[in-house]
Ligand binder design. Structure first.
Ligand SMILES: NC(=O)c1ccc[n+]([C@@H]2O[C@H](COP(=O)([O-])OP(=O)(O)OC[C@H]3O[C@@H](n4cnc5c(N)ncnc54)[C@H](O)[C@@H]3O)[C@@H](O)[C@H]2O)c1
Length: 291
């Protein structure tokens, strides 16, 4: 099946990143959110990020202009009637996503594929709530979307081969690489990455090392580009905690129990970069470890 026009639901950091890479790759994009304000903020972010790429010599002014022309706001889901692919990138809440699919699916043409960018909710379960489980798939982009090369493809139990092949082709056209994951909690990247981050927090909690020692050890000792605690602050500690909870509950294995120190940071509202404080304090000129 050929994809030409794409609808994106949710204009937040992931939705606007997906719109950005789709438009640059030549797809027509409609972007939807709850309010015109949020759509405008999403479009501003796309413009800003395209110009950042231009400053690095990765895109030309003509490509920016053409990409921006291809993205149109869609305040109502009614406008998505002729899209070939709808990608849901709204808030990580199952009820919110289910409501979106209930509103969206009757408006789509029967052949349209529906994808979710969820980081943790079961694709099979989301698919079952729609009128087209065979044309439903998980397309898990990484943050920040314009920079990160990987897209995880997650088939639900009912996802048909044609849907899967169309998704494989689509990811290729975006210039990204796909990794196929079965539909298990947190898929591949977060299943491996988050327990490592959680273990780094345990290492801190038990006093094996302080923030600086742990991050330096993993950067220089394991050749990681970022230390695990620095990375946790970048992802958001609330997001880290919620993925650990999904693993802990979904796999019913105590090895995934979230570290109490991670819980404490989240309870304090120290969520990492987005709240200016996490394992580092970002309020000054340079990040300062908080432990
Ligand atoms: N942030 C990450 O690092 C990351 C990485 C991969 C996947 N994801 C997944 O991507 C999705 C979006 O995450 P995000 O980080 O962009 O969140 P975000 O909070 O930045 O954006 C979510 C957007 O969805 C909108 N929204 C909520 N309900 C809606 C509705 N009914 N209709 C239309 N829009 C609605 C919100 O207004 C908001 O603008 C989540 O499922 C998340 O798990 C996030």
């Amino acid at each position: 099946m050929k994809i030409g026009k794409i609808g994106i639901i949710g204009a937040g950091q992931m939705g606007n990143g997906i719109a950005h890479v789709c438009a640059l790759a030549g797809f027509d994009v409609l972007i939807n959110d709850l309010t015109q304000d949020r759509i405008d903020q999403g479009l501003d972010a796309v413009r800003h990020n395209l110009h950042r790429q231009a400053a690095r010599g990765q895109v030309t002014d003509a490509e920016i202009e053409a990409a921006l022309k291809r993205i149109k706001p869609a305040l109502s889901l009614d406008a998505l009637g002729d899209v070939d692919l709808a990608i849901e990138a709204a808030t990580e809440n199952e009820q919110v996503k289910r409501r979106i699919f209930a509103d969206l699916c009757p408006k789509l043409k029967p052949s349209a594929i529906v994808a979710s960018n969820t980081s943790s909710i079961s694709i099979t379960r989301l698919a079952a709530s729609t009128d087209r489980p065979e044309r439903f798939i998980g397309l898990h982009f990484m943050n920040p979307v314009p920079v990160m090369k990987l897209v995880e493809l997650i088939r639900g139990i009912a996802t048909e081969d044609e849907t899967f092949q169309t998704a494989v082709e689509f990811v290729k056209v975006l210039g990204k690489t796909a990794a196929n994951s079965e539909d298990f909690p947190a898929f591949i990247v977060n299943r491996i990455l988050l327990p490592m981050i959680n273990e780094a927090v345990y290492t801190l909690y038990e006093g094996v090392g302080n923030v600086e020692a742990i991050d330096t050890a993993m950067r220089l000792g394991a050749n990681h580009p970022m230390g695990p605690l620095q990375l946790a602050d970048f992802i958001g500690l609330d997001t880290c905690l919620s993925v650990m909870q999904v693993l802990y509950e979904g796999l019913a294995d105590s090895k995934y129990r979230p570290c109490p120190l991670l819980v404490k940071y989240v309870e304090a509202g120290w969520l990492g970069r987005k709240s200016q404080r996490g394992f580092y304090d970002y309020r000054g000129e340079k990040p300062v470890p908080t432990r």
